[in-house]
Design a protein around this ligand. Structure first.
Ligand code: HEM
Length: 492
């Protein structure tokens, strides 16, 4: 029985009876309202505060609960309890999202999709906060706030600006890989169920012998991959702005639980030291022929949240949430994210957001954090709140100390372009992997998307594409009706 059926009497937040919820107290039947109408004051005051800041990126999303099951033994790589034995199940909460749109944006837009997974393990929450693409636009977290500004609204027009967007993307040649994926036939998934997911970054796994390997995570949809063309998306948005939310919600309600399989790619520390490119560069993939997919498990989503705000809007995922046996890597983007998410959530939800049920670990939490706004769990009562103490309360757990990581070089600013300026090889390979029909779709989508962008920016993009594969650049120039002579002049 839901809360309001238990007791059908309306009360104030303090539990007192509400005697009238339709008529405010007034001085006479037609007179002004009375300050003593505390119910009216409470109702309006609560309403005034019902909106919390939306996520800075990935504001529009859908979430559901599910379970992960281990199907293959990977204990040689990790001591993480959730992977300890075949058949082991772990509860999950997953949130999918679009990136650039605000909280009320339409779902069927050309954009990256966020792919956030939380595993409620007995060693704490593990959050894998990924996307539906294996790479990202750049390699340094300093670029992230600018990406956000460039893809969101123009400060003057308050409209999205293709010019700002493409000016920024094309100024970073390393973005071409991700841009090619977003403009491809996979750029508008038909639904959240019909797309793959990626942890994207390089992470580490540490086994019971305290040996480290580098890993990438892949989630492969067990539904068919289905996408929308630009034209189909226009039609969908015209009749349904919540197409992804509706699809996910309704399929779960009907018992048609979406499933994904989890795979990892594994690279030894020695292999990493001998890689021809930086294995921690988020703009690059690891080739599957060199680092084959290793099956780990499968998961399904099988329960819709009862309350969207409580469980989806207030969910606070962060790449900083790892568990023993799974850890970080020197990927600079990952390092930047380790700070940004918790910081955003302390602002968006408050310092005690870990107590919101969707964020609360399903294992005991013993910390010395106390007080702060909205502390609602009893604040650990009279237990000691300092460490070291003489009473053995809440001892640290040095057995989980990670192996040390050898580093190279002096601390300071290092220009990654001097380290590796091979921006084009992987996008070129991706282009050549596409069928001619897919290449045509990519080129048409890009030309349409760049409509209205200044010519020098279009040419800059054509040159990047040309360097990846001449047919990519030439096809795009043709589709945008830019004379090849203009491109050559710019290249000279
Ligand atoms: C959301 C920052 C890169 C995936 C967010 C949020 C921030 C943020 C502040 C909002 C968090 C919240 O309010 O709860 C950054 C920074 C990045 C970065 C600074 C680069 C340094 C990435 C990358 C990925 C990613 C590379 C994927 C591989 C996501 C997802 C969400 C998100 C999926 C939504 C989380 C949710 O479902 O609640 N990001 N981000 N971000 N980000 Fe990033």
């Amino acid at each position: 029985m839901s809360e309001n059926q238990n007791n059908n009497k309306l009360t104030t937040a303090a539990g007192a009876p509400v005697v009238d919820n339709q008529n405010s107290q007034s001085a006479g039947p037609r007179g002004p309202l009375l300050l003593q109408d505390v119910w009216l004051l409470e109702k309006l005051a609560h309403f005034d505060r019902e909106v919390i800041p939306e996520r800075r990126m990935h504001a529009k999303g859908s979430g559901a609960y599910g379970k992960f099951t281990v199907t293959h033994d990977i204990t040689q790589y990790t001591s993480a309890a959730l992977f300890s034995e075949i058949g082991k199940e772990t509860e999950m909460f997953v949130r999918f999202s679009t990136v650039a749109g605000e909280r009320g944006a339409a779902d069927a837009e050309r954009d990256i999709r966020g792919f956030s997974m939380r595993f409620y393990t007995e060693q704490g929450n593990w959050d894998l906060v990924g996307n539906n693409t294996p790479v990202f636009f750049f390699r340094d977290p300093l670029n992230f706030p600018d990406l956000n500004h460039a893809v969101k609204r123009d400060p003057r027009t308050n409209m999205r600006s293709a010019n700002n967007n493409w000016d920024f993307w094309t100024s970073l040649p390393e973005a071409l890989h991700q841009v090619t994926i977003v403009m491809s036939d996979r750029g508008i998934p038909k639904s959240y169920r019909t797309m793959h997911g990626f942890g994207s970054h390089t992470f580490s796994m540490i086994n019971a012998n305290n040996e480290r390997v580098w890993v990438k995570f892949h989630m492969r949809s067990q539904q068919d991959i289905e996408n929308l063309t630009d034209q189909e998306a226009v039609e969908v948005v015209g009749v349904d702005r919540e197409s992804h939310q509706r699809d996910l919600y309704e399929n779960i309600e009907e018992g048609n639980f979406p499933k994904w399989k989890m795979y990892i790619q594994v690279m030894t520390e020695e292999q990493a030291n001998n890689m021809p490119y930086n294995p921690f560069d988020l703009t690059k993939v690891w080739y599957k022929k060199d680092f084959p997919l290793i099956e780990v498990g499968e998961w399904e989503l099988n329960r819709n949240p009862e309350n969207y705000f409580a469980e989806v809007e207030q969910a606070a995922f962060t790449p900083a949430n790892v568990v023993p046996g799974i850890s970080f890597s020197p990927d600079k983007m990952l390092q930047g994210r380790l700070f940004s998410y918790g910081d955003a959530q302390r602002y968006r939800l408050g310092v005690n957001h870990h107590q919101i049920p969707v964020n609360t670990p399903k294992c005991p939490v013993h910390s010395f954090h106390r007080d702060g706004a909205m502390r609602v769990d009893g604040n650990k009562g009279s237990t000691l709140h300092y460490e070291p103490n003489s009473y053995g309360q809440w001892k640290t757990q040095p057995e989980y100390k990670e192996p040390r990581l050898a580093l190279q070089g002096d601390a300071g600013i290092w220009d990654f372009r001097e380290d590796d300026d091979n921006y084009y090889e992987q996008p070129g390979k991706l282009f050549r992997l596409m069928s001619s029909e897919q290449q045509e779709i990519l080129i048409d989508n890009t030309a349409r998307n760049m409509n209205g962008v200044e010519e020098f920016i279009k040419i800059r993009h054509i040159i990047h594409c040309f360097k990846a594969d001449p047919a990519y650049g030439q096809g795009l120039a043709e589709a945008m009706e830019i004379p090849w002579g203009n491109v050559e002049a710019a290249m000279a």
